[in-house]
Design a binder for this molecule. Structure first.
Ligand code: SAM
Length: 214
């Protein structure tokens, strides 16, 4: 997702460093100490404009949430939404490439990874950029606690099939799998911006939960 360039974004982000962590790779004391509690930590890689992670933080105050997004121009929109939601205490955001997770989190620090409507990278030569490629699964496994989980939603059937195969071949245990999430009317489903867009067009939403074997 590329949004219009926002020259003011850097200054605005610096003004809200209580929620937008400027240098996530320098969190030497760990993320629990930043949150000030030992609650579970759930991260979303590719958080986009933040609707999901902010909604989750508001709905589940006993869980700490971190939204990670590659681009300043996008994460700043999530920051604006978090400010409008009165900056939930259990929410942090930062700008980073998900490929750098090992520089940012200690091993066993995270309880769950959310991936929502990740970029599909349809060309085979770009397969390694898909956030469910085995190279990313290795990173998630390193930062997740034993038996940590990935929860994944997408409208893209090819990416969903790729992810099912990738996770199965990695040795993950597939739990919940849905080929039409919205037909199931799950009450506590918090929609992302992309999910709203695609479901309004009548496209089915695919969802899975998978666990790393301990
Ligand atoms: N999750 C949001 C949603 O469902 O509305 C946004 C979906 S958008 C298609 C994918 C987002 O993931 C983009 O904002 C993109 O910049 C971000 N992204 C893609 N690859 C990333 C990576 N390696 N690290 C961090 N963010 C990434």
């Amino acid at each position: 997702m590329r949004l219009r360039n926002k020259p003011w974004a850097r200054d605005f982000m610096a003004e809200h460093s209580d929620i937008l962590v400027a240098e996530p790779e320098k969190m030497n004391d760990g993320w629990s100490s930043l949150f000030g509690n030992k609650n579970p930590i759930h991260i979303e890689v590719g958080t986009g404009m933040g609707q999901f992670i902010i909604g989750m933080a508001l709905a589940n105050p006993e869980v700490n949430y971190i939204g990670i997004e590659h681009f300043d121009n996008v994460i700043v929109v999530a920051l604006e939404k978090a400010i409008a939601a009165n900056k939930p205490k259990n929410l942090k955001l930062f700008r980073a490439n998900g490929a750098d997770l090992l520089n940012i989190f200690q091993s066993n620090e995270i309880d769950r990874v959310y991936l929502n409507f990740s970029d599909p990278w349809p060309k085979t030569r770009h397969e390694k950029r898909r956030l469910t490629h085995e190279t990313f699964l290795e990173l998630y496994e390193s930062v997740l606690r034993t038996c940590g989980e990935i929860h994944f939603k997408t409208d893209n059937r090819v990416l969903f099939e790729f992810s099912l195969v990738s996770m199965s071949q990695y040795g993950m245990k597939l739990g919940y799998v849905s080929l039409d999430l919205h037909a199931e009317n799950i009450e506590d489903n918090i929609m992302t911006e992309y999910e709203e867009k695609f479901s309004l067009k009548g496209q089915p939403i695919f969802r899975l939960e998978a666990t790393f074997k301990g």
